[in-house]
Design a protein around this ligand. Sequence first.
Ligand SMILES: [Zn+2]
Length: 365
Amino acid sequence: MAFEEIIGQKRVLSILTHGVESGRLPHALLFHGPEGVGKLAVALAMAKVQFCQQDTLYCNNCRDCQRVTHLSHPDLKIIFPAKKNYEIEYAKNIIDSIARDPYNYLKSWHNERILIGMIREEIKRWVSMKSFEKGGRVIILIDAHRFKEEAANSLLKIIEEPPEGVRIFLLTSRPDLILPTIISRCQQIRFDPIPWQDVKKALIEREKITEDKAGAVARMSFGSYRRALELLGEDISEKKDLMLDVLRKALLSDLDILTFTEDLVSGQDTLRIIEILELMSVWFRDAMIMEKLNFETDIDEKLIFSDRKETLEKFINSFEPINYEKILNQIGTAITMINSNAAVNLVILQLIYELKGQLRRKTNV
Ligand SMILES: [Zn+2]
């Protein structure tokens, strides 16, 4: 069945289905949205739509569909950032990992860029040989913002006048880094974080984990299936301890905030700091649920910190009524700022000041 391997993204799939059925799917599409939400999985599904001879969309069963799944279709090309003269092994490892799971593939590049030569070559081959088979040719660019300016101009030309039958998918989490002239020539399709219920269902079905754990991990994944898989392999309990320690020190101790922030930031890398903040927002969300549903008996399965219920309760009771929404917003803003390269120590410092201002301790506790 078409799109059975896609997690969530119903809105996106309905836009694309409509485009296919009305015959108005453009030659260049820009898929943008956060990491791990299925942009590549959907692009590969669209390659099946292009090649499958069995179905209006695709059957996921025929030789063509299978060849897309295994990334062995001769008319499908996936392009990703690489060094000039990269080793074949480099590409092979990435391609193998995509074939295993397009939600959790290897991203081996750091400062590497997309080599425009690779795209030109593809186009040239297409024009000179036509396709090996019927059904056109699909080119998928992963991290399409990783271009040098001159290469981007080259890409622009290709997108402006693609040879007939070529369909290009540009995938990115940073559309702000792509030339506006390129963006305006693509149909833009926004990918949202996957609803946690869909992440949970996928974790149970694909990874065969228990419903409880799937629920907790899904909530912490922030809509990224890639992140959910990463979390599965980690010890969440240890992270919870770390976050609680940070929260305790930041809010309840007499430590000098400036020194505390310096220590925290210098001891952890940025990713770890973001993780702490993410867990912190889960903590406040749990506290909010707990306060709202105090009377419910089956609250455990709604909480991620269900193993720390007593601490949660103590925490809530130590403060005057908490404005959860405001706090969740402040933490969210801090995460966004760090993600867009703001100075981590300043962001954390400001957040702690804000939290301290929001959370007033009860005088009798
Ligand atoms: Zn098929």
